[in-house]
Design a protein around this ligand. Sequence first.
Ligand code: NAD
Length: 308
Amino acid sequence: LEGARVLVTDPVDGLLLEALKAAGLEVDYRPGISRGEILVAIPEYDALVVRSRTKVDRVVIERGQRLKVIARAGVGLDNVDVHAAQERGIRVVNAPGAATQSVAELTIALLIAAARRVPESIEFARKGVWKKVMGVELFGKTLAVVGFGRIGRRVAEIAKAIGMDIVAYDVMDITGYAEKLGARVARSLHDALAEADAVTLHVPLTPDTYHLISWDEFRVMKRGVILVNTSRGAVVDAEALLWALDEGIVGAAALDVLEHEPPATEAEKKLAAHPRVILTTHIGASTIEAQRRVAVETARKLLEALAE
Ligand code: NAD
């Protein structure tokens, strides 16, 4: 391990850098480095650490002639071509559970903010206009949790405490988890969507979940439904969502993620400006606690993989 070189291309917690240095690694911290600069630098490094900004595609991987490990300081591996890495015997590690609680808390925050129209009221208050906005309670309403993994289950647990009825949908057998949490299991995605007052998305981004929520899905939803997405932007078809908002199918959408961040397409820009859309800047895992956990777990796994 002594002297192995690590390139870090996204902002990470200082603990991660310290842990790698303490193990004798030479760490180059270059958050914000451009793709061109990465391609020039990568042949010199034994390990690469990224969050979600850096796209570690086949081109980057094949230029990384010394690469042994790619570490994703976080959960989603959709920005890493895992297949291309495996072909070259490069280990890919991540920190799957580290951000679960933070993302679940943000999801609930967005759900309540949408139900109570909190951002609109904040806008009024800023302008000195003491106008009320009329919201809805979540108590007694049905929440569809699409993707009943770590984050989806934690969201269900908290929503349950608010008094929501949970209907869960997943491609895996989730009957055990659902029973434990007092959630019902939907037979299909459309079944879950059709009975939901609010829908929250917690699937990984894969070819199967790309635009999972599109025209056909909005068509089965109840009028006025709240949509929350803290998973990956591309899970929702932005054009279809814009249509559903304007049709009055979606009453409010609260999104922490977009297919392009910042918004790049016409539809995404319109969503960002839409009065019934709440948009945050991909802050799901951005808490002191999550980033510390991510740092510790990523460092441990990177060092283990390098030592193999
Ligand atoms: P997880 O792997 O624990 O759970 C994902 C679940 O989705 C699994 O149960 C899986 O079976 C299910 N699934 C996969 N394909 C599906 C499909 N087509 N239909 C229904 N279910 C499907 O993952 P997690 O830790 O709960 O993370 C969930 C999502 O949250 C990921 O997309 C991740 O990238 C995202 N995330 C976002 C942030 C953020 O900053 N906003 C932070 C961390 C994670």
